[in-house]
Design a protein around this ligand. Structure first.
Ligand SMILES: Nc1ncnc2c1ncn2[C@@H]1O[C@H](COP(=O)(O)OP(=O)(O)OP(=O)(O)O)[C@@H](O)[C@H]1O
Ligand SMILES: [Mg+2]
Length: 237
């Protein structure tokens, strides 16, 4: 469903070019739940953004359903992103002027899909959201904002979900609830690619990719907590 072939990303800092992602190759199938772990600054968000078409890699190609997304027109890429891909952003990316309900409903409206207030309320309740749907993001705690960002992504019923630290700001009960939702979606055939710092969560995914300094240094199928801690300890040296 998703294939990335040797994608690299260089950025220009002052007078020098810095490579923040180096020749990364990944394949993920429908129904697969992949996790990406690695130290802060190792390039996890950059990788996710390249896979989702938000950022263009400097070299290499990303294929979604056999289509090279770099070759799509801006309009076609936007359409693919709107209809097939949902992203839970590390920094939530909620619209500050919109209340909770309007934030969650926005991608559906952009897609000319009908929105059911009952379905949105039920989903937020399922995600353990405790605040008011009429509040704006600045009136919510970080954790409640994160649940709104998760709800907005899940309401889309996309075939591919990119989740960048989707439970980073949450208490352990909410973490489990949201992880459970992502797990259930992958069992229904959704391809889920999740960045996490939570080794215990990563150990419950189908495959963990370990990223260090912009390179995938290892890949563990059906990982155990011990295996992943060992991998991370090695990186800390
Ligand atoms: N647009 C940019 N301009 C300058 N530097 C950038 C940019 N995007 C990423 N970087 C740098 O590239 C490196 C990788 O960033 P990235 O956000 O992908 O890391 P990360 O693994 O997601 O980190 P974290 O765990 O803190 O979220 C970092 O050193 C970051 O500062
Ligand atoms: Mg990040």
């Amino acid at each position: 469903m998703i294939i990335a072939k040797k994608i690299s990303k260089q950025i220009q800092l002052a007078n020098q070019s810095v490579e923040i992602l180096h020749e990364t190759t990944i394949a993920a199938e429908a129904g697969e739940f992949l996790s990406i772990i690695g130290p802060s600054g190792s390039g996890k968000t950059t990788l996710l953004n390249c896979l989702s078409g938000l950022v263009k890699p400097s070299t290499g190609e990303v294929y979604i359903d056999g289509q090279c997304i770099q070759k799509l027109s801006a309009r076609k890429l936007a359409q693919l992103r709107r209809t097939s891909i949902s992203t839970i952003f590390q920094s939530y990316n909620l619209l500050p002027a919109l209340n909770v309900y309007d934030n969650v409903v926005l991608p559906l409206r952009l897609n000319h899909q009908r929105a059911s207030k009952v379905a949105i309320t039920e989903l937020l309740q399922k995600l353990n959201f405790k605040a008011d749907l009429n509040q704006v993001p600045s009136q919510l705690s970080g954790g409640e904002q994160q649940k709104v960002a998760v709800a907005r992504a899940l309401m889309m019923h996309a075939r591919i979900i990119f989740a960048d630290e989707p439970t980073g700001a949450l208490d352990s009960l909410s973490r489990q609830v949201i992880f459970g939702q992502l797990r259930a979606l992958s069992q229904q055939g959704v391809c889920v690619i999740m960045v996490t710092h939570d080794i215990e969560q990563a150990a419950q995914t189908d495959r963990a990719l370990i990223l260090s300094d912009g390179c995938i240094v290892n890949e563990v199928k059906q990982p155990s907590v011990e295996q992943l801690f060992t991998q991370m300890d090695r990186l800390r040296g």
